[in-house]
Write a new protein. Sequence first.
Length: 245
Amino acid sequence: MSNIDPKKLPKHVAIIMDGNGRWAKERGMTRVMGHQQGAEAVRTIVRTSREIGIQWLTLYAFSEENWKRPKNEILALMKLLKHFLKSELKEMQENGIQLRTIGRTDKLPKDTRKVLLDTIGKTASNQNMVLTLALSYGGRQELLDTIQKITRKVENGIITSIDISEKLVSDFLYTSDMPDPDLLIRTSGEYRISNFLLWQIAYSEIYVTNTLWPDFDKNEYLAAILDFQRRERRFGAANSKGVGS
Ligand code: IPE
Ligand code: IPE
Ligand code: MG
């Protein structure tokens, strides 16, 4: 697969899929049509991830702040999600893809939530790749939920404040059993995080492309991974191994 080094793949790729609205506007289409085209890009990126052997793929599909959007756009996104999940189930099963979700998904419309939970249940034993959709997700809300869970443990005398370590916090996040993202991609040229995985991206390599999400194809994705493979990750240490010498 082009010049990708299979031994240096990012284990976990997280993507802020942005630019559907602008893609549609450029073509005189509605924002909803941009989201429909965006769903096609999701298919391509999920398929490519599986092909090249990515183990964890996390996609920011709907933020906690996206509830501020017009009702018709939200409804269209939820309907699109429902159809996407139904249409992708077969391929997820064939390719061993396990679906998960992070976020306050109890806020999703009932019918969408039902299909989401069904799909999660049906794919739960798949082992080749974990696809996590961040839905009604916000990094600060995740941290608040985490702080509340930990505080309750302290209040109940199960732990004390000195037990609160980085490991313990990680264990109480929505992403508790997931590795931190190695590569964070954002499309549409915005240099911001928009409340995505705040704790987890402490040492992620960030890749921003001007390409709008519906145009983000296999070649663009491989280019992002190649770029990642050229980075030297130091994790604060003085050499590339991440350890002192
Ligand atoms: C990303 O595209 C999709 C979601 C946030 C759901 P946008 O809808 O944010 O597209 P732009 O940023 O307006 O172009
Ligand atoms: C981030 O995109 C959220 C998702 C991709 C789901 P937004 O378009 O909502 O972010 P801002 O408003 O540009 O920060
Ligand atoms: Mg946007």
